[in-house]
Design a protein around this ligand. Structure first.
Ligand code: HEC
Length: 154
């Protein structure tokens, strides 16, 4: 009769290693997700591709300016350069909406998404402003980065 060796402990050791490797993988994936979400807004590509249905007429720009003065200038500043009375007290610096290089990298759909959803400390405006009002704001903030002396420098 052959005597089977008693459980050598090998399988349990393997299971333990698999658990440890598994946990490390989950931890690293979580850390990577946090780092990525801090750096970018993670705007869905359908949102980026959205076309602005509100043409930038002077009326639309004026309406956008009105809402900007009411709701945005306290943080982004009257000129949109991010310098405002509240800027100092915020955990994140308000974006400089006059930065032509940065602004030219955003599609209208991206700006609309950012205004719609916000990102702390910037509030979401989805329920505070209508879609039309948010598109008018996109039209207005585009005017803030226009260089009156010629085309925006890249
Ligand atoms: C409480 C202060 C606050 C208010 C009010 C606010 N913002 Fe912001 N906004 C911020 C901050 C802070 C950021 C940067 C957020 C980040 O990058 O995480 C930002 C970012 C943005 C961006 C993104 C720009 C980029 O570089 O990607 C846009 C566009 C914007 N705001 C437009 C607006 C508009 C339009 C309004 C008014 C309807 C508004 N904001 C109201 C604080 C504010």
């Amino acid at each position: 009769m052959t005597i089977m060796p008693a459980n050598s402990g090998q399988p349990t050791k393997n299971v333990r290693w698999m658990l440890i490797v598994g946990l490390i993988t989950v931890f690293l994936a979580g850390a990577a997700a946090i780092v990525l979400s801090v750096g970018s807004w993670n705007i869905p590509s359908e949102a980026k591709r959205m076309q602005n249905p509100v043409p930038a007429t002077s009326e639309a720009i004026n309406d956008g300016m009105y809402n900007y003065m009411q709701r945005c200038q306290s943080c982004h500043g009257a000129d949109g350069n991010g310098k405002s009375g509240r800027a100092e007290e915020l955990s994140v610096k308000p974006s400089d909406l006059t930065d032509a290089t940065e602004m030219s990298r955003r599609t209208d759909g991206e700006l609309f998404y950012q205004i719609t959803h916000g990102r702390s400390p910037m509030p979401a405006f989805q329920s505070k402003l209508t879609d039309t009002e948010r598109w008018q704001l996109v039209d207005y903030i585009r005017t803030l980065s226009k260089n009156p002396e010629g085309p925006a420098k890249q």
